[in-house]
Ligand binder design. Structure first.
Ligand SMILES: NC(=O)c1ccc[n+]([C@@H]2O[C@H](COP(=O)([O-])OP(=O)(O)OC[C@H]3O[C@@H](n4cnc5c(N)ncnc54)[C@H](OP(=O)(O)O)[C@@H]3O)[C@@H](O)[C@H]2O)c1
Length: 277
């Protein structure tokens, strides 16, 4: 599998999301993915309440820690300067590791200045607690502020992205800065399965609409995707997308679906999202 690279750190282009995976099911799925597929990239968060299970699976697996790209995210209750590093120390303890590969600020905060949270996150990076730092759910203006005015070397912006949501403005910005754009909810929480265009393209390749969607994301420069599944069969399928290729025409037919502008994750504390150009 290909990786995207930031500051010499390799981030595999396809990983396993773990939101809503709880308890032993989380541990089982992470372990399954590591042992039975080419998955070497796991995405968790303080808010998911499953860092301990992710850590247990990594510890149990036969894959070396250094061969896994591990992301966690600092949750909003820990955004104050004095809370960031202690919360990361707790996360690392649960994850049973000395470091993460990437730690993200989970959402932009309306009250606590970005500088406060990112300043502490940068300190954690200097202490070796994470190789890369990043942000999640930030708009283009907020990314400019963080990289430009504030000067933080954020590697990643992780946002919702799937065939039904055009995120070209944010992706172009990430490319311009040499950043990586991680697509969350990459299969629109399963909604891609019933789309006629995706079904047709899938039939032509003897694949499923989910696999076509993940291949479409995989073929996009600087884009990484982290589908979640609680099913071993689905995890096997999701990491079986390397034996076919979509033509430019097929890619474009899928890009066209972005006009639907279907946003799934939109809590009341979300920022004012960018709109497609
Ligand atoms: N930064 C953020 O604010 C944020 C927000 C949302 C998500 N995320 C991250 O992104 C990850 C993925 O997003 P998501 O969990 O929202 O949704 P998703 O990955 O787009 O979709 C997950 C859903 O798709 C189904 N599915 C997975 N593989 C399938 C397959 N091969 N065939 C049919 N159905 C399949 C799953 O059901 P089964 O369990 O039955 O397979 C599940 O219901 C999260 O887990 C999390 O790590 C981050």
């Amino acid at each position: 599998m290909k990786s995207e690279i930031y500051n010499n750190v390799k981030m595999p282009k396809l990983g396993l999301g773990t939101w809503q995976l709880k308890d032993s099911a989380c541990q089982d799925m992470v372990l399954y993915a590591l042992e039975n597929t080419v998955c070497r990239h796991i995405d968790t968060a303080q808010a998911y309440g499953n860092e301990a299970q992710v850590g247990a699976a990594i510890e149990k697996s036969s894959v070396a820690r250094d061969d896994i790209f591990l992301t966690t995210k600092v949750w909003m209750e820990n955004f104050k300067a004095d809370d960031v590093i202690p919360s990361i120390e707790k996360s690392l303890e649960k994850l049973k590791t000395d470091y993460c590969d990437l730690i993200l600020v989970h959402w932009p905060d309306k009250d606590i200045p970005f500088d406060e949270t990112l300043g502490a996150l940068k300190k954690a990076q200097e202490q070796g607690k994470t190789r890369l730092i990043g942000i999640s759910n930030y708009t283009t203006d907020q990314v400019e502020k963080v990289r430009g005015d504030l000067g933080y070397d954020v590697a990643v912006n992780q946002c919702e992205y799937h065939p039904f949501l055009d995120q070209s403005v944010l992706i172009d910005q990430a490319r311009k800065h040499g950043m990586i754009f991680t697509a969350y909810s990459p299969i629109a929480q399963g909604k891609v399965m019933s789309d006629e265009t995706l079904k047709k393209i899938a039939e032509e390749h003897n694949k499923t609409p989910v696999q076509v969607t993940l291949r479409w994301l995989y073929q996009q420069e600087r884009v990484v995707a982290i589908p979640r599944s609680s099913s071993k069969g689905h995890i096997t399928d999701n990491f079986d997308i390397f034996d076919f290729e979509l033509s430019q025409g097929e890619m474009d037919r899928i890009f066209d679906l972005g006009k639907k502008e279907m946003r799934i994750v939109d809590p009341d504390f979300a920022p004012e999202w960018d709109v497609a150009a």
